[in-house]
Design a protein around this ligand. Structure first.
Ligand SMILES: Cc1cc2nc3c(=O)[nH]c(=O)nc-3n(C[C@H](O)[C@H](O)[C@H](O)COP(=O)(O)OP(=O)(O)OC[C@H]3O[C@@H](n4cnc5c(N)ncnc54)[C@H](O)[C@@H]3O)c2cc1C
Length: 426
């Protein structure tokens, strides 16, 4: 991953043509006039979607010298978005995939930088306990060397040591265990909102509106339609609409990104107990018949348990977010087997979210194939949140022509739209 340093980024930006479009002051185009004279010559970039991908991309574009308007139909980190909910895991174990391990290392630096700049805490370094029930632990083992090269520690734990460190866990059936010290969890919706606030504070424009791409002859998009009325014109349009991407671009994306139902349970530990909470317990991943994972109790919320297997295809607008008995049984069965102290713990909260899974589980950061000023970002596939700041930095560099599109994030690799959606197990 060619992560651009900010100085080079701004220098390169200075060399780009400043094709600022004339903004019609008359209705129905509702493009705001630049709020400061210094912004008048800047290219205007509209970013649609204020989730982890769109929000951080908007902020990076702004810091790299663009004039940015960020729009979201329901608001940053809303309950329908894939970035909604309270927490997400950050981990560097990535099946040995160097691009993602690079991105995680960079994201960790940028999360910490954001925390220090905004005086807020998003990253909780709990560590992650990886447990493999089968003999194949390549997902962790192949990550050791690339993680080490990027300063991310990962070590195999003898099962006796694992049992001593985590007496809460029953390791029956676990063949190998690994400890990733710098893994942890991030505050999800809180950080989306903090990014949105930073966009506004640093001179960007933010509006709640549903955006409709407008048919654009001539190889460029001139404007988009807004649910609030009128249209918005700009030089460049970036769509980061998570699980909505297939619907917004049925020809170009369509089933290449599918919104799949994912159910999350929070179990309540016994009164007076802190052994299942941050910092006493780590994030954990259990590779068994299904990949199950979870986050220790935090913010007085319960012990989180979820199944990574992509569920049925859903509509993120109209989905009733009520969990199913089958998912609850699967979560409880894992508790009984792996975390017996919580076997009878009550469900204290639930969430139904959706992954926005690409057919190979990799992200999309690419230019629209026929509209040269439109960029499409997405395919987080159940593992994109942690990358937010590094993803935004990379996506902004692609949008501004500073780095080429990476083949693994290119649209054309997703040739077979009928392939089943894949997630982090990829
Ligand atoms: C249950 C669950 C657990 C996960 N666990 C992890 C994890 O542990 N670690 C991790 O790194 N990742 C995890 N992920 C994945 C991660 O959360 C997503 O990859 C990431 O949040 C995707 O962000 P996004 O910005 O692409 O999409 P979204 O967050 O969905 O943002 C898209 C935004 O676009 C807006 N929008 C859509 N259409 C329009 C329109 N027409 N006009 C205007 N706005 C529009 C929406 O309102 C939304 O806010 C998980 C996801 C889920 C659902």
């Amino acid at each position: 991953m060619d992560m651009t340093d900010r100085r080079q980024f701004v220098t390169a930006l200075a060399g780009l043509p400043l094709a600022h479009s004339a903004l019609s002051p008359s209705a129905p185009d509702v493009s705001a006039a630049p709020s400061r004279p210094i912004q008048a010559a800047k290219p205007h970039i509209v970013v649609v979607g204020a989730g982890a991908f769109g929000g951080w991309t908007a902020l990076s574009l702004l810091r790299a010298g663009a004039r940015v308007t960020l729009l979201d139909a329901y608001g940053a980190g809303n309950s329908r978005a894939s970035s909604g909910g309270e927490t997400r895991v950050i981990r560097g174990v990535y099946n040995g995939k160097a691009t993602y391990i690079d991105m995680v290392a960079r994201a960790l630096v940028l999360w910490k930088e954001a925390e220090s700049r905004w005086q807020r805490r998003f990253y909780h370094r709990t560590g992650a306990l990886w447990m493999f029930e089968g003999s194949d632990d390549a997902f962790a083992r192949t990550s050791v060397a690339p993680m080490k090269a990027r300063g991310l520690p990962l070590r195999e734990l003898a099962l006796a040591e694992a049992a001593r460190l985590y007496p809460q866990v029953r390791f029956d059936g676990v063949r190998t265990a690994w400890l990733e010290q710098d893994a942890g969890f991030l505050l999800a919706r809180a950080s989306c909102e903090a990014v949105r606030e930073a966009v506004v504070r640093e001179g960007g424009d933010y509006r709640v509106a549903q955006v409709r791409p407008v048919a654009s002859p001539g190889g460029r998009m001139a404007r988009v339609g807004l649910s609030s009325g009128g249209t918005l014109s700009a030089d460049t349009f970036v769509f980061a609409c998570g699980p909505w991407m297939g619907r917004l671009f049925p020809q170009v994306i369509g089933d290449r990104v599918r919104a799949t139902r994912q159910e999350v349970f929070f179990f309540g530990p016994p009164a007076g107990s802190t052994q299942w909470d941050d910092p006493q317990f780590p994030c954990w991943v259990n590779f068994g018949e299904h990949l199950m994972y979870g986050i220790p109790g935090n913010e007085r919320r319960g012990f989180k348990v979820a199944d990574d297997t992509p569920g049925s295809i859903v509509d993120p607008d109209t989905l009733d977010r009520v969990v199913t008995p089958a998912s609850l049984s699967a979560a409880r069965a894992l508790l009984k087997r792996r975390f017996p102290g919580l076997a009878a713990a009550p469900v204290v909260e639930t969430r139904v979210c959706q992954y926005e899974s690409s057919t190979d589980g990799d992200f999309i950061v690419d230019r629209h194939p026929t509209l040269e000023n439109v960029f499409l970002l997405g395919g987080g596939s159940g593992h994109g949140f942690k990358m937010g700041p590094a993803f935004g930095e990379h996506a902004a560099a692609v949008v501004q022509g500073r780095v080429p599109v990476l083949p693994m994030f290119a649209l054309k690799r997703l040739a077979n739209p009928s392939a089943a959606p894949t997630t982090r197990k990829a």
